[in-house]
Design a protein around this ligand. Structure first.
Ligand code: CP
Ligand code: NVA
Length: 304
């Protein structure tokens, strides 16, 4: 039983093995070779309680390209926890499918799905974390910089689910992670402590974006109001002034800094159009790598 719920559920060797496999299968797919079909005869149920473009399309396409069939279940289809209890959804879907992927609101929902499912469950984002995204991000950093170990990744914005996944990765793989966020929008305290206590990576949480980005290898941004927080968007735009990644901030970061964003982006809000369109922005290779990272995660989860 190999769920993929948090990066920190795995040791460094396993994470690096999954990333190596991602690069290997990516190369094969990019060469046009479609002979590798490990998911032949397998089906995947994909539960979405929230909207998605990348997660839905990258999982569905990736599973199909490797021989399998994926079933999209949108917010109105299952209504997990409303029309039917999560534990019942888990037990029914695992009788039809070989693997379940889910994007949910409360983190407890993914834990409950995994607890009651008899097949592997992959976390496609919760209010707490987004491990598949950060695996894709790590793959992208390795491709562009050569390695993740020793790089300085500076996240600027809300201390949200993306930050929690960076922190959980930093608790198993050594790098330098800095989160610069407004006061009151820091990441979950326990998760920060877990990453610091692991003693693997250098972890900094600060309210000073300009100081934070100095010498960064990667400056990373995400929306200021996540899914489920959209009614707070106007208020957050006020509070987050000074945390926009603009040309001036990238200049402070220095010439070697790449720009990354998990997307979707609100141009002109958390990042300027100029930064996202600049030559050192790697947001589209990053988005592409969602599929390759997830293919390797699913191979690992299915023991293939
Ligand atoms: N980055 C990401 O998860 O995108 P979607 O919300 O479009 O799936
Ligand atoms: N923090 C964002 C990430 C979207 C991929 C959200 O949860 O909406």
């Amino acid at each position: 039983m190999k769920d993929f719920l948090h990066i920190s559920d795995f040791d460094k060797a396993t994470i690096m093995k999954i990333l190596d496999r991602a690069a290997e299968v990516k190369a094969q797919l990019k060469s046009g070779d479609r002979s590798f079909a490990p998911f032949k005869g397998k089906t995947m149920a994909m539960i979405f309680a929230k909207p998605s473009m990348r997660t839905r399309v990258s999982f569905e396409t990736g599973f199909f390209l490797l021989g399998g069939h994926a079933i999209y279940l949108g917010p109105d289809d299952i209504q997990m926890g409303k029309r039917e209890e999560t534990r019942d959804v888990a037990r029914v879907l695992s009788r039809y499918n070989d693997i379940i992927m889910a994007r949910v609101f409360g983190h407890q929902d993914i834990l409950d799905l995994a607890k009651f499912s008899s097949v592997p469950v992959i976390n496609g984002l919760t209010d707490y974390n987004h491990p598949c995204q950060i695996m894709a991000d790590a793959l992208t950093i390795i491709e562009h910089i050569g390695q993740l170990e020793g790089t300085k990744v500076v996240y600027v914005g809300d201390g949200n689910n993306i930050v929690h996944s960076w922190l959980l990765l930093a608790s198993v793989v050594p790098f330098h992670f800095v989160c610069a966020c407004p006061k009151g929008f820091e990441p979950d305290k326990e998760t920060v402590e877990k990453a610091q206590k692991a003693g693997i990576s250098k972890i900094e949480i600060t309210n000073d974006a300009k100081e934070a980005v100095k010498g960064a290898d990667v400056v990373y941004s995400d929306v200021w109001a996540s899914m489920g927080q959209k009614e707070e968007a106007a208020h957050r735009r006020q509070v987050f002034q000074g945390f926009q990644v603009d040309e001036a901030l990238m200049k402070i970061a220095g010439p070697k800094a790449y720009f990354m964003h998990c997307l979707p982006a609100e141009r002109g809000v958390e990042v300027t159009d100029g930064v996202i369109e600049a030559p050192n922005s790697i947001v589209f290779p990053q988005a592409e790598n969602r599929m390759h990272a997830q293919n390797a995660i699913m191979l690992h989860a299915l023991g293939l």
